[in-house]
Design a protein around this ligand. Sequence first.
Ligand code: BGP
Length: 475
Amino acid sequence: MRFPDDFIFGGATAAYQAEGATKEDGKGRVPWDSFLEEQGRFSPDPACDFYHLYPEDLKLAHDFHLNGIRLSIAWSRIFPTGAGAVEPRGVRFYHEMFAECQKQGVEPFVTLNHFDPPEAVQNDDGWLNPENVRKFEDYARFCFEEFPEIRYWITINEPTSMSGQQYISGTFPPGEKNNFFKAFQAEHAMNLAHARAVNAYKEMGLPGEIGVVHALQTVYPYDPDDAGDQHAAALLDALEDRFYLDGTLEGSYSDETLSLVSEILEANDSPMIDITDDEVAILTKAADQMDFVGVNYYFSKFEKEYHGPSEVIHNGTGAKGSSVCRLQGVGEERMRDGIETTDWDWAIYPQGLYDQLMRIKRDYPKAGKVYITENGIGLKESLPADGSMIRDQKRIDYVSLHMAEVLRAIESGVDVRGYFIWSLQDMFSWTNGYSKRYGLFFVDFETQERHPKQSAYWFKRMIDTKEIPPTKEES
Ligand code: BGP
C-alpha cells in the first residue's frame, strides 16, 4: 500500500527548542529562561539557531523533498509580556521565515503555543487564570489576521504534557509536584483556550484549517486479565488522553471520564475541578467546527494497580532503566517483558499508534482529518571521526515500523493526511538537553553545521516512492 499523492511528509520543530536567540529583537522572557538558568544543566541558546539559520534548514527540507514543516510562533516574540504592545521585529521575523517556507515549497503548520507562554503570563497563575485564557485568544486573533499566508494553524501543543509536567512530575516550570487538582484545572483551561481560538478563527471566516495537537500514549493494563490493572490503565488513560480528547474532539466530558477524574482527585484529597456549562458550550462549538487533530505518538504505557504515594523519577540523561512512575490514585508504570525500550525508557510499541488512531475513529467521530504531528526516536549520536555519514539505523527501523501502522490505519479508514517526523534537525530537548537527538539532520552545536543522517536519505526515498522503503541498504 502507498501513501496518498498529496500526503504531507514533514519535519517538526518548536520555537523554543530550535530558534535560540532568546534575548534578541525584543523577545520577552518565558518561564523556561529562569528554570533552565537555575538548573544550570544546559542553555536554550543557541539551540540549533533556527532564528538565523532557517534559510539553510528550509533549503535542506526542500532538497530532501519534504513538503511540510511544523513550527511554532513564540508568543513572547510578538507580545513580550503576553498582551499590550506588539514587538514588530518578532512579527517581521515570522513573515520572513514563512515566506522562505513558501519559496522552498515546504508548507508551514504553525502552532500558536508550544510549551512557552510568556513569563508574565505564567507568573500571573498561567493557564489557571481565566484572564490568560482571554489573552491567548487575543494573541491568536492577532496572528490569524497578521499572517494570512498561513493555511494550517494548531492552537496548543500537548495540553496534557504541559499540565502534567508543570504540576505533577514538576519537570516543567513552575515545577510543582503531585498537584492533580491544578493539573486537571490547567488542562481544562487549555482546552478552553484552544476552543476560544478555534471559534475566533471560524468567526473571522478565514479559509485555512485549524486543529489541536495531543500527545497520545496508548495505555494497556500490565496484565490484560487482571481487573485491578485494567482499572489502573483506565485511570491513567483518563489522566493522559481521555480528559482532553473529550474536551477538544467531542467538546464535552463524558460521565465516565469525569468519574475517573474525580476518583483520581479524591484519592489525592483534592476537590473536583470547576467546569461550567458555559465553558462546555464553548468547547462543543469548537469541536463541531475544528478541521483536524494532530497526534504526537512516541510510546505506549503498561499500567499496574498501585495504591501507594506518588513517586516519579524522571530519566533526563538517557540512563536506561532509571525511570519510576507511580501515581497516587492512578497506578504504576511497569514495562512488559520483551518490549524494547529507548535509553530514555520509552517503550517502542508501534501497534500503540494504530490502536490510538482506531480509538479516535471509534470514540470521537467528529475528529475528521488526522495528522501525525510528531513521531520519532531520541538517540545519543555523534559525528564519526572519519567524516562519514551518521548511520542511524535505529531511527530508520523506528520510523518504518510506525509508518507501517499509519498505512494500516489509513487502510482501516482513518483519514490520516500527513506525518511529521520529530524532528527536522537536532535541537534541544526540554528536560534532556542536547544529548537526546531526534533530527533527520545532525547539528554540530559548536559550529552549527548540518549533516544529513542516513535516515534523511531513507525518508526522501519514502517521499519519492510514497512507499515504505526497505530498512537496509542492500535489500
Ligand atoms: C513532545 C514535544 C516536543 C519534543 C518531543 C520529544 O512531547 O511536543 O517538544 O520535545 O516531545 O520529547 P523529549 O524532548 O522529552 O524527548
